[in-house]
Design a binder for this molecule. Structure first.
Ligand code: SF4
Length: 144
């Protein structure tokens, strides 16, 4: 039997985004039809409310945040790094509990982006914080 897939909750239509909306992806849902799915929202799991201020990785990418050389700052200038790190580690904990080896994640998010994040309204290459941690721990990532 295939192991379950972790999926960014917003891709499934759950209203977990910072602005209280979802980011439903029919493509992701179609690909997941015969799979056991575990929805996760690292920002909620990290303790942030919904809606919440928009946040960006201040320099580098999620790897830089894991290494402690960058951080996550919200639109009001508050440091949200600890919430993002906690959320990433909670998602990793869930991956281990359910035996997930793959994650389908929302692109362009400072948490979930697998290959693209956004800074100052510009998309730049690099993973978000949760994506960086899951990849480091050996999960296969697919971005939507
Ligand atoms: S943290 Fe990830 S799952 Fe949560 S709303 Fe943002 S992109 Fe979606």
């Amino acid at each position: 039997m295939q192991s379950p897939v972790l999926v960014s909750a917003c891709l499934l239509g759950l209203k977990t985004r910072y602005d209280g909306a979802d980011a439903y992806s029919q493509k992701a849902v179609d690909l997941l039809k015969k799979r056991a799915v575990v929805p996760v929202c690292p920002e909620q799991l990290g303790g942030l409310p919904t809606p919440r201020p928009r946040a960006e990785i201040s320099s580098g990418d999620g790897v830089s945040v894991l290494e402690g050389i960058s951080g996550v700052i919200d639109e009001f200038g508050s440091d949200a790094t600890a919430f993002f790190l906690k959320g990433a580690h909670e998602v990793l904990k869930i991956a281990r509990i359910v035996g997930a080896k793959e994650a389908y994640l929302k692109e362009k998010s400072p948490s979930c982006g697998t290959g693209t994040i956004c800074r100052d309204s510009v998309c730049v290459p690099g993973p978000g914080v949760t994506a960086a941690l899951l990849k480091k721990e050996g999960l296969a990532l697919k971005g939507f």
